[in-house]
Ligand binder design. Structure first.
Ligand SMILES: NC(=O)C1=CN([C@@H]2O[C@H](COP(=O)(O)OP(=O)(O)OC[C@H]3O[C@@H](n4cnc5c(N)ncnc54)[C@H](O)[C@@H]3O)[C@@H](O)[C@H]2O)C=CC1
Ligand SMILES: O=C(O)[C@@H]1CCC=N1
Length: 254
C-alpha cells in the first residue's frame, strides 16, 4: 500500500524507517532541504514539499505533525483522503473530521521504537479499515486495537510517552553504577542487558513474581527494593501515568 506521511520530524522518520520494508512511502514536509537530509538516511522514500494547496484525494495519509499545527497544516490540504491515520497525541477523531476530509479515520499511538521495528502501537477508529490499519502498523512492531479514544489516551501515557519514562529509569540505574565506581561504558552495557532480559521475562511472568524470584531472604534485592518503596517510586509511576493521560485529554479539548 502507498502511504503518505505528512510531517518529517522524529516520529515520521521513525515510522518511515520501519514502513519502507513493506510499503511504498512518500513524505511530505514543509522544507525540501530537510526532506533531502531525511532521504539520505532512508533512501527508499519519495519526498515532496507541501504545496499551498496539497491535494490528498484518495491517499492513505499518516498525519505526523504536532497537535498545535493541525489547523495550519490542514488548511493547506484539499480533496478527500482514503484513510487518515493520525498519530497526534490527544487530538480527537471529531477534531480530525472537522479539519481533514477522509473516507475513514484511525487514531494511532505508535512510539519511537518504530525506527527499530519495536513500536507498541495502539489504534482506534473506523472498524471498516481495522485489518488494513493493523497490517500497516504490525510492520513496525506490536499492535493493539482499542475500544475507545479514552483507552488510546491512556495508552499514549504508557506506551507513547513511556520510552522517555523507562529511559529515565535506565539513566538513573547507570548513574548509580557509576557512582558506585563502575566505568560508564560498562554501566551502560549492564543496563541495556538488564532491560533486554527483563522485557523477555515480562512476556510470560507477572512483575510481582519476577520480584519474588529475585528477592532472597536477607539479601541485596530486599534492601534495594525497600529504598524504591521508601522513595515512592511505585506511586510516582502511577501519578506519572495519571497526569500524562490528563494532559492527552487536555490536548484533545484544544
Ligand atoms: N515523539 C514521539 O515519541 C511521539 C510523538 N507522537 C506524536 O507525533 C507527532 C509528531 O511528533 P514529533 O515527530 O515528535 O515532532 P517533531 O517536532 O519532530 O516533528 C513535527 C513535524 O511537524 C512539522 N511541522 C510543524 N509545523 C508545521 C507547519 N506549520 N506546517 C507544516 N509542517 C509543520 C515539522 O516540520 C516536523 O516535520 C505529534 O503530534 C506527537 O503527539 C506520537 C507518538 C510518539
Ligand atoms: O510528548 C508527546 O506529546 C508525544 C506523545 C507521545 C510521545 N510524545
Amino acid at each position: 500500500m502507498k502511504l503518505t506521511l505528512i510531517g518529517n520530524g522524529t516520529m515520521a522518520q521513525s515510522l518511515a524507517k520501519g514502513l519502507v520494508a513493506n510499503h511504498e512511502v512518500e513524505i511530505i514536509g514543509r522544507n525540501i532541504n530537510k526532506l533531502k537530509e531525511v532521504q539520505k538516511t532512508i533512501p527508499q522514500i519519495s519526498i515532496k514539499e507541501l504545496d499551498d494547496v496539497e491535494d490528498i484525494t484518495g491517499k492513505n495519509i499518516l498525519f505526523c505533525v504536532k497537535p498545535y499545527v493541525l489547523q495550519t497544516v490542514s488548511a493547506r490540504l484539499s480533496g478527500k483522503a482514503n484513510i487518515l491515520f493520525s498519530i497526534l497525541a490527544g487530538t480527537t477523531l471529531d477534531s480530525l473530521k472537522k479539519h481533514i476530509e477522509a473516507k475513514y479515520y484511525v487514531r494511532t499511538m505508535p512510539n519511537v521504537a518504530a525506527s527499530v521495528l519495536k513500536s507498541m502501537t495502539t489504534l482506534t477508529g473506523d472498524e471498516e479499515v481495522k485489518n488494513e490499519a493493523l497490517e500497516i502498523f504490525t510492520s513496525i512492531g506490536q499492535t493493539l486495537w482499542l475500544e475507545s479514544e479514552k483507552q488510546l489516551d491512556i495508552a499514549t501515557a504508557v506506551a507513547g510517552s513511556g520510552p522517555a519514562f523507562l529511559a529515565l529509569i535506565a539513566e538513573g540505574l547507570t548513574d548509580g553504577a557509576v557512582r558506585a565506581g563502575l566505568p560508564r561504558d560498562l554501566s551502560s552495557k549492564l543496563v541495556q542487558g538488564l532491560f533486554t532480559g527483563t522485557s523477555t521475562l515480562l512476556e510470560t511472568q507477572h512483575p510481582a513474581l519476577i520480584k519474588d524470584s529475585v528477592m532472597s531472604p536477607g539479601g541485596t534485592t530486599a534492601v534495594g527494593y525497600g529504598v524504591l518503596e521508601k522513595n515512592g517510586v511505585r506511586n510516582a509511576m502511577m501519578d506519572t501515568i495519571e497526569q500524562t493521560y490528563n494532559k492527552a485529554q487536555e490536548l484533545g479539548k484544544k
